[in-house]
Structure formats: structure tokens, C-alpha cells
Design a protein around this ligand. Structure first.
Ligand SMILES: [Zn+2]
Length: 144
């Protein structure tokens, strides 16, 4: 059994076996076999998950640094997303809401330097990032 990385990538993107078959010209059976081989749930199972269950399944703590890697779906620009009932939204936005109990203002970004990190402790919305920058400048001075 050859596990094609392009099939795996589309499974991780949340495509159904049928959509993968259409996209890559493989059979649905092949797509389904690869899905089981890599231990990925079927799309129907994924959509049945609540956002919190999806978080528990896809957010994986790293061994060091307190980061969280996202092993679930991403959008076309690689941003981690949570899909529920065919609605998708940012996984970092969800991390933010879990941690702060409110909706973020503007984009939520990771404040650490790990690409794709979704750790609840490492996300900040636009006003928080501005605040962090102001504190940094107050401590270390401006560009001079
Ligand atoms: Zn991090």
C-alpha cells in the first residue's frame, strides 16, 4: 500500500473520499484505504465533531516550549481552521476564545515564533499585539 502524500494532504484538508478521487484521479476506494491507513476519520465523522472535540483531536502539544501544533485542516494559505457543520473558522481564533472567553478583535496571530502554533497561551488579537509592542518599546526604547 503506497500512501500518497497528495492524498494525505487532501484528507487533512477535510476533503471527502469522493472529492479526493475527483481531484487526483484516484479511486474512492484508494482514498478510503489511505484514510484508514493514516488513521484519519471520515469526513462525516469530522463534521459530526463539535469544535471542542475537533480541538482535542487536532491540537497537539509539542514536547517543549508549550506550543501546540495543528494536525487538522487548514485553509488555502495554511491557516489552521476548525470545521463544523460546513462552517470553518480560525483555530487560533478558537484558542483565543477558549483562553480569554471573548471574541478576538482583528486577526489572531501566534506571539511565539513557531510556525502554525495554536497554543492558547501563544495567541493574541490585534489590540493585544499593539499592547505588547508598546510594552516592548517602553522597556527597550524605540529604534534609536
Ligand atoms: Zn507557540
Amino acid at each position: 500500500m503506497i500512501v500518497r502524500s497528495d492524498v494525505v494532504a487532501l484528507i487533512r484538508d477535510g476533503l471527502s473520499d469522493r472529492a479526493i478521487a475527483r481531484e487526483l484521479g484516484v479511486s474512492r476506494r484508494t482514498a478510503g484505504t489511505i484514510r484508514r491507513t493514516v488513521g484519519a476519520p471520515s469526513v462525516r465523522e469530522v463534521y459530526a465533531l463539535t469544535p471542542d472535540q475537533m480541538w482535542d483531536r487536532y491540537a497537539q502539544p509539542t514536547y517543549t516550549g508549550g506550543h501546540m501544533d495543528w494536525t487538522g485542516p487548514t485553509n488555502h494559505s495554511g491557516v489552521p481552521i476548525v470545521k463544523s457543520c460546513h462552517v470553518s473558522y480560525s483555530a487560533r481564533g478558537m484558542a483565543f476564545r477558549r483562553r480569554y472567553g471573548r471574541d478576538p478583535v482583528g486577526y489572531v496571530r501566534a506571539t511565539c515564533d513557531r510556525k502554525g502554533c495554536v497554543a492558547e497561551e501563544h495567541v493574541a488579537d490585534a489590540p493585544m499585539r499593539a499592547e505588547l509592542n508598546a510594552q516592548y518599546n517602553a522597556i527597550f526604547g524605540g529604534a534609536r
